[in-house]
Write a protein that binds this ligand. Structure first.
Ligand SMILES: CNc1ncnc2c1ncn2[C@@H]1O[C@H](COP(=O)(O)O)[C@@H](O)[C@H]1O
Ligand SMILES: [Zn+2]
Length: 347
């Protein structure tokens, strides 16, 4: 490993935008494929390798395949445990995982047992003293419409109250070209009113302007992507003003956006715009398995693309702590960790 890779690996990090089934590593994928040989799925069908690009539509085809491989409680427990340990090895000290509860008639999986399997994996990792604080955001897949969204919020509410602080919020994700946020507003409002935090994928593609205006009125606690919010990308100044006024952090996923072809190149990524504004930006992976990356690589990529110093990157990772959904006590613990690590890393 070169000097920079070592630095970014050692840098303590916070990961706030990671979809569970998009984060499955090659090794774990092998295990799953061996469990289900009859599906005839090969590893190269579930990941987008170096220098490869896919349209966003093709990315969503990949998730369909992965969902076939992950369809029992045991599978979910396996992928969650492995993903958590991999983030920990990458020196991620705090992780908010998100995942869409699914029910699978064939295997007896229910949405409730799905969430339970994730929570058990988080608790097991804690018991095994894996050095990472993990929380869970329950995801709404936008394609499933009003009723499912409301059901999902109710499920998240239940677990928020019973999971000892592990379930903190709601993610809105799924194919951005399908469905409209308008139909999901009642569910999102309910979530907000009962104390669930909101991280919403917004303006991931250019056709979502009107939806973004609507969702920003909630307002969300964090924005996933926000690629097309600002005027240079066909968005608008009032949208930017609102994001700035409410100080809503942006979750930035460089490799995901370039490999999914919503952004033409790294140097044209909207991170530049928001970073120059001094707006809170958190570097994230989105789907480290599908896009063959990890959080260290994403930090290194941001540094090299935008010529940012190690000091600047340290500050980015430290400021990410302010954007987590866990409470003040957890933030203080994390800040303490950063303070202890700093002298050994930044000479
Ligand atoms: C690439 N950009 C993206 N945009 C929107 N939604 C995405 C996404 N990447 C992943 N997901 C969402 O996460 C699910 C997979 O993880 P889970 O089964 O929930 O753990 C996908 O089906 C999609 O709903
Ligand atoms: Zn995402």
């Amino acid at each position: 490993m070169d000097d920079d890779s070592v630095f970014y690996k050692k840098l303590p990090k916070v990961e706030l935008h990671a979809h569970l089934n998009g984060s499955v590593s090659a090794q774990t994928m092998e295990k799953l494929i061996q469990r289900k040989p009859h599906l005839d799925i090969e590893r190269n069908m579930t990941a987008i390798g170096k220098d490869q690009r896919r349209t966003l539509d093709e990315c969503f085809e990949v998730f369909k395949l992965i969902h076939k491989l992950v369809d029992t409680e045991e599978d979910i427990h396996t992928v969650a445990t492995d993903v958590i340990k991999e983030f920990a090895v990458d020196n991620v000290k705090y992780l908010e995982l998100r995942s869409t509860p699914r029910e699978e008639k064939g295997t007896g999986l229910t949405k409730k047992s799905y969430v339970e399997a994730v929570i058990k994996a988080i608790q097991q990792c804690k018991y095994d003293e894996v050095d990472i604080d993990v929380r869970f955001l329950v995801a709404i897949d936008r394609r499933n419409g009003t009723e499912v969204a409301m059901e999902t919020v109710k499920l998240a509410e239940e677990f928020m109250l019973s999971s000892g602080g592990l379930v903190l919020g709601i993610d809105l994700s799924g194919d951005p070209k399908v469905g409209h946020g308008r139909c999901l507003l009642p569910a999102l409002e309910r979530a907000r009113n009962c104390g669930l935090k909101l991280s919403l994928h917004m303006s991931e593609v250019s056709s979502q302007l009107e939806e973004s205006e609507l969702l920003l009125n909630l307002p969300p606690d964090r924005i996933g992507h926000g690629t097309f919010l600002h005027p240079e990308m066909g968005g608008s100044q009032p949208l930017v003003d609102q994001v700035v006024k409410h100080n809503i952090p942006l979750e930035i996923c460089l490799t995901s956006n370039v490999k999914g072809k919503t952004v033409p190149s790294y140097s044209q990524h909207h991170f530049r715009y928001w970073y120059q504004l001094g707006h809170p930006c958190v570097i994230c992976t989105d789907d480290k398995g599908v896009f063959c990356t990890d959080l260290s690589q994403e930090y290194q990529l941001a540094a090299s693309t935008f010529s940012l110093s190690r000091d600047a990157m340290w500050e980015l990772s430290e400021r990410a702590v302010d954007c987590i959904f866990a409470g003040e006590a957890v933030k203080q613990q994390l800040k303490q960790k950063w303070t202890e690590i700093k002298p050994g890393l930044l000479k």
